[in-house]
Design a protein around this ligand. Sequence first.
Ligand code: SF4
Length: 329
Amino acid sequence: MSRPRLSRVCGPDYHGCMKVLLASPRGFCAGVNMAIESLDLALASLEPPIYVYHEIVHNKYVVEHFRGRGVTFVDEMAEVPVGATLLFSAHGVSPEVRRIARERKLRAIDATCPLVTKVHLEAVKYAREGFTILLIGHEGHDEVIGTMGEAPEAIVLVESPEGVAKLEVADERKVAYLTQTTLSVDDANRIIDRLKERFPYITAPPKDDICYATQNRQEAVALWADEADVALVLGSQNSSNSQRLAELARERGIPAYLVDGPGDLQAAWFEAANTVLVTAGASAPEEVVNQCLDWLRERFDAVVEPRSIRQENVSFPLPRELRNIMAAK
Ligand code: SF4
């Protein structure tokens, strides 16, 4: 639902005419920090070439940065030479990919986010216990492919509330659900409500699968979108959590633009805006946020007002393989 646009109360040359609500938490989460640090360390301490299976994180800027430093990103395991060094991205991989890595004698460094690994382990556990697992997520997303690969015979993907009616399960009392970590909390809840109606005995994961970073960034947008005329979300088009932030702002009635950086911005988006809400998905670097703020300052004399719902103090250890390599040096 869209709400009436405010007209600008002063001309673009008037200082302070545009207010930017800079949402926090935004940008890099603990999993992305760990994956990027892992790749940085691999580059600094291991012999090139370094390969990464899929994008290390779903961000064009980050991927281009590492490509410029000599990293090769691959979508097929066959592209990695036997014996080479390969990092698994933050989104995780299926056991089949790990098997191929062993078969090809790769030096594999697993930079999967531990919160994705948690969902993998839940899938393995439920499958062992004979449950049909209903995985709420987006088809084709790297994380969903990896999780489904843990128990392909036991997992069924559910993408929408409408999809729930069509589900067929062997035993309605042995059904569990899991979710992709980067979903819209509201969308996931709509599907979960439908699942609970259809399968009253359904088992829920012991703890939320949608991760803290996804939830925090969405909560901040939900809280401040009503004060803004436009939302600007830094992130790449293939970043699920970034897409969800833009969608959430639109659901709150304001236009929202998902951009990789200042090169994508158009002045027309902001001409009638008194207040712009700025946030960034979990894989978007702060550098591009700052570049966009500079862009808004230069053109609209924007004044930035930081807003924060809470501090994030989460960090994850480096992958074991990398710690072992570092310790041996
Ligand atoms: S968004 Fe969440 S699940 Fe994904 S890497 Fe970050 S912390 Fe991990």
